[in-house]
Structure formats: C-alpha cells, structure tokens
Design a protein. Structure first.
Length: 251
C-alpha cells in the first residue's frame, strides 16, 4: 500500500501519480564517461523541478557535498582539509546534527561552506503530507539560523534519496533546489570501512566533468582519503566549485 497517494485526473482520463516514491539511483561513470539517469523513471521529474544531477559537463568542474546525519568524529578533519586547500563544500545536515554540533555548524558557515537542509528528522519525505514536508524543512532552517545566523537556505537533499514528484514540487515552491549526486559509493556503514584507498579509488574511478560528489562524514575512510582525492582531482585539471556557482544543469 502506498500511503497518501495523490493523483491528478486529466480530461483524457490519464491518471498521473504525483506521490509515487522514487529511490534515487544512476549508472555510474566509468573511464571518464558521463553517468546516466536515462533509464530512470524520475529523470523528467528531476528536470521539471530544477533538481541537480550534473553541473556543466563541458567543463572540468566538480561539486563536493557531504551528508551529516550525526557526528562520528571526522568532520573536524574534513573541515581542516577544506580550509587548508581552500575548497568549498556543501554540508547537508539534519536536526539532530544541528542541535548536537553547534560549533561545527558555525564553523561550516563561518568558513564559507553551504549548510543545506537534510530535513529535521530524516523521514521518507515521499510519505508525509505537504504540511509536514514544510515543517521538516522549516525547523531545520530555523535551527541553523539560530545557531549560525545564516539567513538563507536554498539547497536540500531528500533523506535516503527517496522522493516523489509532489515532494519536489512542494520543496521547490518553498524556494529549495534539490541536490542529488553523480558520484557516490557505499560509505555510510561505519562497521564496513575498508581503508582510505578504497574510498579514494571509488571516487576517482567515477570522476567526470560536472560531477556532484556525495560523501558521508561519518566515514573514516572518506576523512583519510579526502586530501588525496582533492589533490589528484586538481592535478587532472578539475576545479572545485560551490553549488552557488552551478548555473548549468545537465541530465
């Protein structure tokens, strides 16, 4: 059973489901080829709602993003590396993280990184009402504002990568751009860390123009590999940019 199904009935008797949940996924890049969502049913939904999958694929630019659901002791190292190498990033935080780690939140904002919305309680946002979607986003935004003074919050990432057409439409109306990704690997399991080289290889083997990189800050492997990932990405002629500089979207 799909809870809270919303449909629109058009005169032609065509029924369009707006609340069918989609689990984000993509065909990964190999040997520099672009990743693809061409075979995914949600491609048109992302495009219609201005969500981010890829930046400008004609330029060697990449966008570094982190998901921060809770702190596992590695974000200080991540921030130190970003500061040393002058690399911008976006951190998508939850309510738990925002309440539990105010000093790290302040540091993210003060050092010029984007603090994005990963919802207050990390629910499946395809299965909650419009009003609760708004509440989840508003509570997190308010907490970040009170902690950091950050007035604007324009980017969000759906928890678990689960979304629906309705959820994208509601969040877009609230002024958010949904940020998905084009480079990722299974890095969130803290009991299955395999060493910095494993993380490094999985990121570098997927590198491509216009890439949006997703890393989880709970991963020791990511923290240990980050400096080398940045150095070798720069050596290949890429530039790390802020999401605020992503003006061309590709799908």
């Amino acid at each position: 059973m799909v809870l809270g199904l919303f449909v629109t009935v058009f005169p032609s008797n065509t029924v369009v489901a707006t609340d069918v949940p989609h689990h984000y996924g993509f065909i990964k890049s190999k040997k520099g080829a672009l990743p693809s969502i061409d075979n995914e049913a949600f491609k048109g939904i992302l495009k219609d709602n201005g969500a981010i999958f890829l930046g400008d694929t004609t330029k060697k630019e990449v966008y570094l993003t982190f998901d921060n659901g809770y702190e596992n002791g590695y974000t200080i190292k991540v921030l130190d590396i970003l500061k040393e190498k002058k690399i911008p990033a976006a951190f998508f935080v939850t309510g738990h993280y925002a309440k539990d780690q105010p000093e790290l939140l302040k540091r993210m904002a003060n050092e010029g990184h984007i603090v994005g919305n990963h919802s207050w309680g990390h629910p499946d946002m395809s299965q909650i009402s419009n009003s609760r979607v708004e509440d989840e986003l508003a509570k997190l935004k308010t907490q970040v504002l009170e902690t950091t003074g950050q007035q604007e919050m324009r980017y969000m990432r759906p928890p678990q990568g689960i979304f629906s057409k309705r959820m994208l439409e509601v969040s877009k109306e609230l002024g958010y751009t949904n940020v998905f990704w084009s480079i990722a690997y299974k890095d969130w399991d803290t009991k299955d860390q395999k060493g910095w080289k494993y993380a490094y290889d999985h990121v570098m083997n997927q590198l491509h123009p216009g890439a949006v990189i997703l890393l989880h800050s709970v991963s020791k492997d990511n923290a240990d590999a980050l400096a080398q990932i940045i150095d070798d990405t720069l050596k290949q002629g890429y530039e790390f940019k802020s999401l605020d500089q992503l003006t061309t979207k590709n799908y």
